[in-house]
Ligand binder design. Structure first.
Ligand SMILES: [Zn+2]
Ligand SMILES: [Zn+2]
Length: 258
């Protein structure tokens, strides 16, 4: 049984296929996807994420503010703590640093990221980390005394081996998306080949970043199957072995889902 460790179910593009969200979930289930982590990005979509998670036992939620949704006023830790009390919440985030898409509020991105890491540490909740063009700052803040012992995942990983290694040394998992199937992703494939299985997760990040053969089309949670089959090949495993180990890793990290 496979797990989609990161998807945005409230943002799926269902208009063309005229589907309901639950049909999309059932299609994924028919392809062996048995769990979904629906990820929050802002104050605005938090309710939608929690409503979706409330509809089914196998859909879990996170709460947090995406670095590109951070602006002047940073959400205080007390609010994050309050949000995390919902029974379907298994993680904080996605948080992190994105200097590629957003340069305007770098100080606030850092403050927000530290808030998530510290609340994660206090509440024993893993943190979903988005990082883009911000390698050193991301690692430094995770290493920061006040944050250490927070655990989590670098989601939709696209960085180099050095970053993966440093993150795993701090007990962070590495989640691989459909990007790994792209032609120009050879260095990411190297990271996947090298990394130990115990830190490996797979995700769709749907509706973004559909894997080959769906590249350029809206991504769906069912397509985590393509990601898993591709990654299994890279690791020299069967699909079933890869599905099992990544699901076990998911349940170990997001232990409220277990
Ligand atoms: Zn992200
Ligand atoms: Zn995401």
């Amino acid at each position: 049984m496979l797990t989609d460790s990161h998807c945005h179910l409230d943002r799926l593009d269902l208009s063309k296929s005229n589907q309901s969200l639950m049909t999309a979930i059932e299609q994924a289930e028919a392809r062996d996807v048995s769990r979904f982590l629906c990820v929050c990005i802002s104050e605005e979509n938090r309710k939608a994420v929690l409503d979706i998670a409330a509809q089914r036992d196998n859909i879990f939620a996170s709460v947090g503010i995406h670095p590109c949704d951070v602006s002047e006023k940073v959400l205080p830790q007390s609010v994050l703590t309050e949000w995390s009390a919902d029974s379907k919440v298994v993680a904080l985030g996605e948080t992190g640093l994105d200097y590629f898409h957003s340069q305007d509020f770098i100080a606030q991105q850092k403050e927000s990221f530290v808030n998530h890491l510290q609340v994660g540490k206090q509440e024993a909740l893993p943190v979903i980390v988005h990082t883009r063009n911000a390698k050193q700052d991301t690692l430094d803040l995770i290493k920061n005394d006040a944050c250490r012992e927070a655990s989590g995942v670098l989601h939709c990983f696209t960085e180099d081996w050095d970053m993966a290694k440093q993150a795993m040394d701090m007990n962070f998992c590495i989640s691989i998306s459909g990007i790994v199937t792209f032609k120009n992703a050879e260095s990411l494939r190297d990271v996947v080949r090298k990394m130990p299985l115990e830190y490996l997760l797979v995700e769709t990040d749907s509706p973004y970043l559909a894997p080959i053969p769906y590249r350029g089309k809206p991504n769906m949670p069912a397509y985590v199957r393509e990601v898993a089959e591709y990654v299994a090949d890279l690791k020299g495993l069967s699909y079933e072995e890869l599905a099992n180990v990544t699901t076990q890793n998911f349940l170990r990290l997001f232990n409220r889902a277990a």
